[in-house]
Design a protein around this ligand. Structure first.
Ligand code: SAH
Length: 425
């Protein structure tokens, strides 16, 4: 039995049929029955032809969110269990070495508004839809059965919940436990506090992108005039022996470093020196702790500062690096904020590329889904023109394999990650 039926308008864009998982209020012709917020109802076209079943929330702009395209699915605890199990199996298949990863990625795992991140033996849940909110016990039961976790923590402390008519909430789901977890990523140990860190504690979406730093971290010695002598020692242009074992490594600026994941990878792959900059003192402390944990402290430097000011100051001081990494937070939280966000991204990239030595590397990301790939690339081009640089693309990447993307839903394709060689004009 369904609680109701939503008839969609005849003259609407057929987004739902093309894989988009949301229906907006203006697309609905009428609703039959008397569904309550959080109920699951059938979504049918103007002629009554079944399209999907979805969560109903009249208080939200996302009035319907697709849960299944099958008319026969009984949406009960068993279905939730199977969906979460399938999502986990998919991660075990695609990222078999990761004991820590995103297990459920909302709409793209057909569980709209549900995020589940696994940090070794700890699970973090974020609930962003009323439909999941009212069924959250099903989620917790499934997680206990599938993972037998040491603890589950809820991080629903995000303002977007208000758009669903929900209060922010964070805390232990059952009994308290130590929320500090050391996760392994590409062979690096990273200390995460799931109660305190940004989002659910860490950003798994850049796992593969961080590994992409590998070839960029070496090969810099020769550019500094260092050669190997006949007996195999590195020597500088004057023939003086170089003692630093990381003489071939890059000098790296990791801006918006958070707890230092890019810094840690840079060090793993042979960087000579990495400077971390983040506005959060807490993040910088964690980054320092992570450098220590991995034995990289002597190759790192930590600065708690506003990156906008820091970048400009360094440009004024004519400081330069071999590799500059920019991984800012989402400047555009909504569509209206996009123009301001573009200015922000352009500014940091403009200053960032000025700090790159000739033929050095700019690694730049945006996790704003309101900013399209085309717009991101065009603002980078504008910044390059203003900075008198030519950019040559090495690679363009997206979120990692545990963050699936629905082709019909650009919202699930939010992360852009580009690696450029930077030439002086
Ligand atoms: N690179 C990180 C993720 C970055 S998240 C990783 O891979 O884990 C964005 C970070 O930017 C957050 O840590 C936040 O504290 C920081 N931040 C936000 N605004 C900032 C600003 N104006 N200057 C410097 N850091 C800022």
């Amino acid at each position: 039995m369904t609680a109701g039926k939503a008839f969609l308008k005849k003259n609407r864009k057929k987004r739902l049929e093309q894989g988009h998982p949301w229906v907006f209020p203006g697309e609905i012709e009428r609703i039959e029955g008397n569904p309550q917020g959080g109920d699951i109802i059938h979504i049918v076209n103007h002629a009554g032809h079944f399209l999907a079943q979805g969560f109903y929330n009249p208080a939200s702009q996302l009035i319907l969110r697709v849960v299944t395209y099958s008319e026969n699915d009984q949406i009960n605890e068993g279905l939730f269990f199977r969906k979460i199990e399938q999502a986990w199996k998919r991660r075990q298949w695609l990222v078999p070495d990761a004991a820590s990863c995103r297990v459920v990625h909302g709409e793209a795992d057909f569980l709209p508004g549900l995020i589940i991140d696994k940090y070794e033996d700890v699970l973090v849940v974020q609930i962003l839809s009323l439909g999941i909110e009212v069924r959250r016990q099903w989620v917790y039961n499934a997680l206990k059965q599938l993972f037998n976790p040491r603890g589950i923590y809820e991080r629903s402390d995000v303002p977007v919940r208000r758009l669903e008519g929900l209060e922010e909430r964070a805390g232990y789901v059952d009994k308290p436990f130590d929320t500090k977890v050391t996760v392994l990523e590409n062979g690096i140990q990273i200390l995460v506090d799931v109660a305190e860190g940004q989002k659910t504690g860490y950003f798994f979406d850049q796992r593969e992108n961080r590994a992409a730093l590998k070839p960029l971290m070496s090969g810099w010695g020769a550019r500094r005039g260092i050669k190997l002598s006949e007996d195999g020692w590195p020597v500088d242009a004057k023939g003086k022996q170089i003692k630093n074992p990381f003489w071939d490594g890059a000098e790296v600026l990791d801006c918006f470093s958070h707890t230092g994941s890019f810094m840690l990878h840079a060090c793993l792959y042979g960087a000579k020196k990495v400077t971390c900059v983040d506005i959060s003192e807490k993040a910088i402390e964690m980054a320092k702790g992570n450098a220590l944990l991995n034995g990289f402290l002597h190759r790192t430097e930590f600065i708690a500062a506003n990156a906008f000011d820091y970048l400009r100051d360094q440009v004024n001081q004519r400081k330069t690096w071999d590799v500059v990494i920019l991984d800012p937070p989402a400047f555009a939280k909504n569509r209206q904020a996009i123009e301001g966000a573009v200015r922000g991204y352009k500014e940091i990239n403009l200053q960032g590329m000025k700090l790159v030595r000739d033929q050095g590397i700019l690694v730049t990301a945006s996790c704003s889904y309101h900013l399209s790939t085309a717009r991101f690339l065009s603002l980078l081009q504008e910044a390059a023109r203003d900075a008198h640089k030519v950019l040559r693309l090495i690679e363009f990447r997206r979120a990692g394999l545990d963050h699936p993307v629905l082709l019909g839903s650009e919202e699930t394709d939010y992360l852009k990650f580009a690696v450029f060689e930077v030439f002086n004009l």
